[in-house]
Write a protein that binds this ligand. Structure first.
Ligand code: AMP
Length: 282
């Protein structure tokens, strides 16, 4: 497995791979890898000759007072896991390598899709994500990039960016990988103390009950949302950031569920903010 820290070196290597006719799959991550990330790697492997994983805790997608400094990092363990998956190359640049001192170019998707949910709670977050992914796409030249449905809004925003800026690549979504008790896997789960960890299963429970209610015929989003909030609030440590139901394609408001919707949650347990979601068909 090759490990690259320099943009020029991995870009030249990726160019060579393409000249050899290889199809490149990119899996962007912030490291501290778990089974959710590895599912993305395996999906990339299914479609591509060369799998590149980037590990970069992207400073510009974190807001002031967020967890950039304390975000969990374990590069040795990450590379060991990726080696086991037979990943071809890891790209792990420093902040200085990715953003030169006077870096001021940003890529931004505007409109509801980027401004609701995490866009509202974390101003500037998606601008950081779209900027870093644009850079990673230009550096690694992937034919395909794999993202998790865990960060549903992120992948929606990126799909829109790829469509509208004509990036020559396909985006593939991988379903959410969960712990045995239903908690969505996340690098941030390590922040949870044992009691919060126990209570955090309420997110998946609330999503499941909402999906069941829709499938049993409830269509009124106001009623569905108030029940959703009630279930989450039954956990004393849970503090809702948002609990919403929107159109699954563009996050437009829906008052009656008459098409595929996304039930999306962000809930804080102390300082740890967890997100989860469920797509529901009618
Ligand atoms: P992160 O390292 O948290 O930025 O995540 C990198 C990629 O892994 C993103 O595309 C995430 O959506 C995806 N991912 C993270 N957790 C999961 C999970 N539990 N299931 C599926 N994909 C995930």
């Amino acid at each position: 497995m090759r490990i690259f820290e320099e943009i020029k070196k991995i870009q030249d290597w990726c160019k060579e791979q393409k000249m050899l006719g290889k199809k490149i799959g990119l899996v962007p991550t912030m490291g501290y890898l778990h089974e959710g990330h590895l599912a993305l790697v395996r999906e990339a492997r299914k479609h591509c000759d060369i799998v590149v994983v980037s590990i970069f805790v992207n400073p510009i997608q974190f807001g002031v007072g967020e967890d950039f400094e304390v975000y969990p990092r374990d590069f040795a363990r990450d590379t060991e896991l990726l080696e086991q998956e037979k990943v071809d190359a890891v790209f792990a640049p420093s902040n200085e390598e990715m953003y030169c001192r006077d870096s001021s170019t940003r890529v931004e998707v505007t409109g509801e899709i980027a401004e609701k949910l995490c866009g509202a709670s974390r101003p500037g977050h998606f601008r950081g994500v779209t900027t870093v992914c644009s850079k990673l796409f230009n550096i690694c030249l992937p034919d395909l990039a794999v993202f998790g449905q865990k960060d549903a809004q992120q992948v929606m925003v990126l799909e829109k960016m790829v469509r509208e800026l004509n990036f020559p690549l396909e985006i593939i979504r991988v379903p959410i990988v969960r712990e045995a008790d239903g908690l969505a896997m996340s690098s941030r789960n390590v922040y949870l103390d044992p009691e919060a960890r126990k209570q955090a299963i309420v997110l998946n429970k609330a999503l499941g009950e909402t999906a069941e209610a829709i499938q049993s015929g409830e269509r009124d989003t106001a009623r569905l949302k108030s029940r959703l909030r009630e279930i989450i609030e039954s956990s004393p440590r849970a503090e809702i950031d948002y609990a919403e139901i929107y159109d699954a394609y563009d996050l437009a408001d829906v008052s009656e569920v008459d098409k595929q919707v996304i039930v999306a949650l962000a809930v804080k347990f102390g300082r740890t903010r967890l997100i989860d979601n469920r797509l529901v068909e009618v």
